[in-house]
Design a binder for this molecule. Structure first.
Ligand code: ATP
Ligand code: MG
Ligand code: MG
Ligand code: MG
Length: 563
C-alpha cells in the first residue's frame, strides 16, 4: 500500500469528548468516525485492524472444527416469543415493525435463530457434535453507549453455538472453545485472563469470560496467586432484583463516609452490613458521588450504567472527590488515583447505591452496604473482603483484584433453548432427545479498543504485531525533490513485500516530523526512513516503535531485522 493512494486522516488535537485512551487514539488516528450514539464508521485504516482480529478469530474457530455460516440480523418476534425473551431481554432489544406491522428485533445475539436453524437441519445424533459460528453485526440498545467501540450499540461479534447429544459432549465442546479462545487472545498478543462469570441474560450453567487486563476496564476481577481461581466480581451480584426506591434523605445523613469504617456507614444509614462493595459512596445534597478507586482495589463503573433511567452523569475529578471527602487530593494517595461518577439524580440515587465502601487513611475498608437488594453471597464476596482485609485465600495464595475488559464469553447453555423451541434429535436408540447447547461470543470490534487500552504510549498506539495495520512503514524523506530517494524507497518497499512483509510506503511527501508523528500514532511496529544522507552512507534508518533510539542499518542487516 502507498499512503498517497490510501485514505489516512489523522487529527492533531485530542478529541475532547472521548473519555478513555483507546477512544481518543482511535479518533485521533482516524480509525473511527461517529455516526450517532454508539454507531461508528470504521475508516479504511480502522477496518484493516478489525479485519486482522477477525482473521485470527476465524482461523482459530475453523481450526477448532467450528463451521461458519451467516444469519440475518433482523429477527422475527415470534422466534423470541418461543423462548420468552421478547419480553425478558429488556431495553437492550431494539424492536421494529415492517410495513405489514409485524414486529422484529435487531439481533443482540442469535440463540433463537441458530436453534431454529438447527431444528430444521439436524435430525440425528449422527450429525452431532456440531458447532456453527458467524462473524456478524449485533445491535444492543445500551443504556449508555460509551468509550467508542468498546461499548457501542452496533458492534461486530463472533458468535458460535455448539450442539451435543449429551452433557459430557457439551462440556467437551465448551473445553474446545476455551482452548480456541486461549489461542486467539495469545495470538493477538494480549495480556488476558479467563474468569468465572455470571451468565446474564443468555442464561445457562457454567460460563467463563475472557478479559483483557487494563486499568480502565469496566469489570473488577478477583484471582488467587495460589490456584487457578479467578472470577468476575460481578458474579456476586448476578441475581439482584429490582432496587427498592429509597428517599435521598437517608443518604444525606452520611457526611463523610470515607472517614468511617463500613460498619459505621452501615450504622449511619441504618441498613444491614453484609455484602461486598467496590466503591466509595459520598453524598452531598442532591448529588450522589461514587468514587472509583483505581489500581488493585478496583471498582466497576458499569454498575451505574446498568441501572435503567440514569440520565446524566459524568466523571468527577480527583479534586472534586477530595472536596466531597473534606480532604485534600493527596488523601487519595494511599488508595490510588481516584475517579468518580457524579450522578445528577434524585429518585435514582437509591437504585445506584448498591455498594458502599469506607476508606480511611489506614486503608480501604471494603464494605458491604447495600439496601433494597437481597443479594446472594457467593464465596467471591467473602474472598474480596479477604483481599482488602489482607487475609490469605483458602488455597494459601494471595487474592488480588485487577480490572478487565470483557472480550469473550463462553457458556454451557444446557437444554434451555432447545427445550423452549421444541428441538429434538434421534439418539443412538432411535429415541427423540433434546440436545445440549453451548454458546461462545467474542467482541471482535471491542478487542481493537481493548488492545489499545493495554498498548499505547504518549505518541500513540503500540499495536501487537498480529493486529497492526501494517508491519513496516517505509518513510521517504523529500520524495518530490529527490527522485533517487523515492526510487530507493520504492525498491525497498517492493523487496519487503516480495519477502512477505506487510509494508506500507509513506510517499505522501509530508515533512519528516509530521510523517513520523502519524506513523507512531497509528502504531506501525517498525519504521524505516529512506533519506539522501542515508543512501550516501549506504544505510537506512531503522526504529522499532517501542525503541528509544533509531539505528542505521545496511540493507542486508535491515532485511534480517525485519524478517
Ligand atoms: P458487557 O458485560 O460488556 O455488557 P455482555 O456480557 O453483555 O458484555 P455478551 O452477551 O457476553 O456481552 O457478548 C459477547 C461479547 O460481545 C462480550 O464478551 C463483549 O466482548 C462483546 N460485547 C458485548 N456488548 C458489547 C458492546 N455494547 N459493544 C462492543 N462489544 C460488546
Ligand atoms: Mg452487556
Ligand atoms: Mg458481561
Ligand atoms: Mg458476557
Amino acid at each position: 500500500m502507498r499512503l498517497s493512494q490510501f485514505h489516512l486522516r489523522t487529527e492533531k488535537e485530542t478529541p475532547a469528548d472521548a473519555e478513555v485512551i483507546s477512544h481518543k487514539l482511535m479518533l485521533k488516528a482516524g480509525m473511527l468516525r461517529k455516526l450517532g450514539a454508539g454507531l461508528y464508521t470504521w475508516s479504511p485504516l480502522g477496518l484493516r485492524v478489525l479485519r486482522k482480529v477477525e482473521g485470527i478469530v476465524r482461523e482459530e474457530m475453523d481450526a477448532a472444527g467450528a463451521i461458519e455460516l451467516l444469519m440475518p440480523s433482523v429477527q422475527p418476534r415470534e422466534l423470541w416469543e418461543e423462548t420468552g425473551r421478547w419480553e425478558k431481554f429488556g431495553g437492550q432489544l431494539l424492536k421494529l415493525q415492517d410495513r405489514k406491522e409485524s414486529w422484529y428485533c435487531v439481533g443482540p445475539t442469535h440463540e433463537e435463530v441458530i436453534t431454529d436453524f438447527a431444528r430444521a437441519e439436524l435430525a440425528s445424533y449422527k450429525q452431532l457434535p456440531v458447532n456453527f459460528y458467524q462473524v456478524q453485526t449485533k445491535f444492543r440498545d445500551e443504556i449508555r453507549p460509551r468509550f467508542g467501540v468498546m461499548r457501542a450499540r452496533e458492534f461486530l461479534m463472533k458468535d458460535a453455538y455448539s450442539f451435543d447429544i449429551d452433557e459430557a459432549g457439551m462440556a467437551a465442546s465448551y473445553q474446545k472453545m476455551h482452548a480456541a479462545y486461549t489461542r486467539i487472545f495469545s495470538r493477538l498478543g494480549l495480556d488476558f485472563r479467563a474468569v468465572q462469570a455470571d451468565s446474564g441474560a443468555i442464561g445457562g450453567d457454567a460460563s467463563q469470560e475472557f478479559h483483557v487486563l487494563a486499568e480502565s476496564g469496566e469489570d473488577a476481577l478477583v484471582f488467587s496467586t495460589g490456584s487457578d481461581y479467578a472470577a468476575n466480581v460481578e458474579t456476586a451480584h448476578a441475581a439482584a432484583p429490582a432496587p427498592r426506591a429509597e428517599p435521598t434523605e437517608t443518604l444525606r445523613r452520611v457526611e463523610t463516609p470515607t472517614q468511617k469504617t463500613c460498619e459505621d456507614v452501615a450504622a449511619l444509614l441504618d441498613i444491614p452490613l453484609a455484602r461486598t462493595a467496590k466503591s466509595v459512596a459520598l453524598f452531598a445534597g442532591e448529588t450522589f458521588v461514587l468514587a472509583l478507586v483505581r489500581g488493585d482495589h478496583a471498582v466497576n463503573p458499569v454498575k451505574l450504567a446498568k441501572v435503567e433511567g440514569l440520565a446524566d452523569y459524568r466523571m468527577a475529578t480527583e479534586a472534586e472527590i477530595a472536596e466531597y471527602l473534606g480532604s485534600t487530593p493527596g488523601f487519595l494517595g494511599p488508595i490510588g488515583a481516584a475517579r468518580a461518577i457524579r450522578v445528577v439524580a434524585d429518585r435514582e440515587v437509591a437504585a445506584m447505591a448498591d455498594f458502599v465502601v469506607g476508606a480511611n487513611a489506614t486503608g480501604f475498608h471494603l464494605a458491604g452496604v447495600n439496601w433494597g437488594r437481597d443479594l446472594p453471597e457467593p464465596d467471591v464476596v467473602a474472598d474480596i473482603r479477604d483481599v482488602v482485609a489482607g487475609e490469605r485465600a483458602a488455597d494459601g495464595g494471595e487474592l488480588r483484584l485487577v480490572r478487565g475488559i470483557e472480550v469473550g464469553h463462553i457458556f454451557q447453555l444446557g437444554r434451555k433453548y432447545a427445550e423452549a423451541m421444541g428441538f429434538k434429535v434421534l439418539d443412538a436408540n432411535g429415541k427423540a432427545t433434546v440436545p445440549f447447547m453451548g454458546c461462545y461470543g467474542i467482541g471482535v470490534s471491542r478487542i481493537v479498543a481493548a488492545a489499545i487500552e493495554q498498548n499505547h504510549d504518549s505518541n500513540g498506539i503500540l499495536w501487537p504485531a498480529a493486529m497492526a495495520p501494517w508491519q513496516v512503514a517505509v518513510c521517504i524523506i523529500n520524495p518530490k525533490h529527490e527522485a533517487h530517494v523515492a526510487e530507493a524507497a520504492e525498491a525497498l518497499y517492493r523487496e519487503l513485500r516480495a519477502a512477505g512483509i506487510d509494508a506500507v510506503l509513506d510517499d505522501r511527501g509530508l515533512r519528516p516530523g509530521a510523517m513520523f508523528a502519524d506513523i507512531e500514532l497509528i502504531g506501525i511496529p517498525h519504521r524505516v526512513v529512506v533519506s539522501a544522507r542515508g543512501l550516501e552512507a549506504g544505510t537506512f534508518e531503522y526504529r522499532a516503535r517501542t525503541a528509544a533510539e533509531s539505528e542505521n542499518l545496511e540493507r542486508q542487516a535491515l532485511l534480517t531485522r525485519l524478517r
